[in-house]
Design a protein around this ligand. Structure first.
Ligand SMILES: [Ca+2]
Ligand SMILES: [Ca+2]
Length: 145
């Protein structure tokens, strides 16, 4: 599940519109709410999409636009940075494919409750149980990846 991104700057900054941008593999912007929970002006949390839900499967690019990030003096505070990542339900080892290792992890999780086992990552529909609905989603992706 990818339901937030966290960016930490080395010092206090001010973010202007367009400073943090997330786009999908088609270049479409993914809207997200940006907060600074600790109010330190350094660590920002971006929550894209619907509350409590993961980003959909896909490849993403996250851009920090340095020209839109300023320090106390108003000067540009950082160089621009680009990060690429993917989200694929069931890809427990993060290699971009659903292979034997992912299958074994899912099998060991199947039938367990999330709260007792911390298996939230195998609970696609978020109902608290790694169940047939999650297995269906896992198998759908195994055919494609
Ligand atoms: Ca994998
Ligand atoms: Ca479930």
């Amino acid at each position: 599940m990818v339901n937030s991104l966290t960016v930490t700057f080395s010092r206090r900054v001010t973010l202007r519109a367009g400073s943090l941008r997330l786009v999908d593999s088609n270049g479409r912007p993914v809207e997200g709410r940006v907060t600074n929970p600790s109010k330190d002006g350094r660590t920002f949390v971006i929550r894209p999409g619907a509350a409590g839900r993961s980003l959909p499967d896909g490849s993403y690019t996250f851009v920090v636009n340095g020209s839109r990030v300023s320090d106390r003096s108003g000067a540009a505070a950082v160089a621009s940075q680009t990060f690429r990542f993917h989200r694929l339900f069931g890809d427990f080892d993060g290699d971009g494919h659903l292979g034997p290792l992912d299958r074994d992890v899912f099998r060991s999780a199947y039938g367990k409750t999330v709260s007792a086992s911390q298996l939230w990552y195998a609970d696609y529909n978020g109902n608290g149980l790694v169940d047939a609905a999650d297995l269906f989603q896992f198998n759908q992706r195994r055919k494609r990846h």
